[in-house]
Each structure stands twice: as C-alpha cells, then as structure tokens.
Design a protein around this ligand. Structure first.
Ligand code: AMP
Length: 213
C-alpha cells in the first residue's frame, strides 16, 4: 500500500451530528448504496477497549466519561483503515472529525494523497429527541442522562464549529435527522448523488490553495 495509490475519484463522506443523531445507521446505508467502506471511530475505540489493547487502556476512562480522546490517538488509529478504503472506492467516516483540529489534519492528509474533495453530511436532531434515542439504546451503566447530556454538550462546544468550517471549505449537506430512518437515508442519497455529479467535486481539492500545504 502506498500513499500514491489512493484513487483521486474515491468518494469521501464525513458524517457530522450529535450522539444519537443516527450517524451510524445512515453511514451504513450510504456505504451500501455507494459500495464504499463505513469507518466508525467510536466502534474502533470500543473494540480496542474490549480487546484490552494499549490504545484501549489509554482511552477507556475518557470514552466512558463522554470526553474526547486526544487527536493523536485518533489520527494514528484511523490512518490505516482510511488509506486502505481510499484505495477501494472511498469511505464514509462516522464520528470523525469531531474537532476543527481533526478536520484540518484530515484535510492535509487528503491533500497529500491527491484525493477528491470531502463531502460532510450534517444530521440535525433536537436535543430532547437525542436524549430519548440514547436512553433507548443505552449501552451500560455509564449511559446515564447526565453522561448523555455531557456528550451533547461536548458536541455543541467542540464539534458544531465544524459546520462553519465545512460550509466555507468543502461541501456541506444539511439533513433533518428527526424523521423516519428511510426518509433521512433517501434525502442524503439524493443530495450525495447530485453532489457527485457536479463536475468539480473531484477536482476542487487539487486547486484549493491549502490542499497541498
Ligand atoms: P461515538 O460512538 O462516535 O459516539 O464515540 C464514542 C466515544 O468515542 C466518544 O464519546 C469519544 O469519547 C470517543 N471518540 C469517538 N470518535 C472520536 C474522535 N474523532 N475524537 C475524539 N474522541 C472520539
């Protein structure tokens, strides 16, 4: 595997939304529709924790409290799966980036790979609905209302600023995520198909000033 082998036409989609917004479910549907790989940073972290790896031991407490894992750990963990998916059609990333710093790092990597522009999909869901959904699927004793509210607060403070970043830098698709799953999926797929048809979607990265910095 070499950096140069990433396809310039790889589809690269990022899901942005609060915990409980439906990123995982929609990322699965998108991956199936476009034949690309679904990569979920939260799932990878939970696997490290259950396998008891060094990464797992480092992040366990942080994840259980609903805080963000340090950027360096996340970047290291995602490098391989992202590169390999870039060589096989592309990916839909769910749970990454979560901060503007992570987005900038991902943007620089994409620039050095010469791959196409990323499309961010934002799922907007009101807070009370997020809490209702997360309580319904509570994973363990740690998923209390307090932890859930804290995770939403972390999202509002650290991740929401990403939307402005994507609006000005790349492509941002806004979706009302408080609807039945299939309606949301349909709305995302229609908008993505339209975006992929735009002639400059795959070349904008190459001409963007900071892309190769
Ligand atoms: P998720 O399943 O995406 O809600 O992620 C579960 C937890 O994993 C989060 O609450 C964070 O503690 C951690 N996490 C997942 N992705 C990231 C990321 N990109 N940056 C920092 N922490 C992350």
């Amino acid at each position: 595997m070499t950096m140069q082998s990433a396809s310039p036409r790889a589809k690269r989609i990022l899901m942005v939304g609060a915990p409980g917004a439906g990123k995982g479910t929609q990322a699965d549907a998108i991956a199936k529709q476009f034949g690309i790989t679904h990569i979920a940073s939260g799932d990878l972290l939970r696997k490290h924790i259950s396998d008891g790896t060094t990464i797992g031991k480092t992040v366990e407490d942080i994840v259980n409290k609903g805080e963000l894992v340090p950027d360096a750990v996340i970047m290291d963990m995602l490098r391989k799966p992202v590169l390999s998916a870039s060589e096989t059609g592309g990916y839909v990333l769910d749970g990454f980036p979560r901060t503007v710093e992570q987005a900038e790092a991902a943007y620089r990597t994409a620039g050095s790979l010469g791959v196409g522009v990323q499309i961010a999909v934002h799922l907007e869901v009101p807070e009370e609905e997020l809490i209702r959904r997360m309580l319904a699927r509570a994973r363990g004793a740690d998923d209390t209302v307090d932890v859930i509210r804290h995770r939403i607060k972390v999202y509002e403070e650290k991740t929401r600023p990403l939307l402005e970043y994507y609006q000005s830098r790349e492509l941002l698709i806004q979706v009302n995520g408080a609807r039945p799953v299939s309606e949301v999926t349909w709305s995302i797929i229609v908008q993505l198909q339209r975006a992929f048809k735009r002639p400059n979607t795959h070349v904008r990265q190459a001409t963007a000033d900071k892309a190769v910095a």
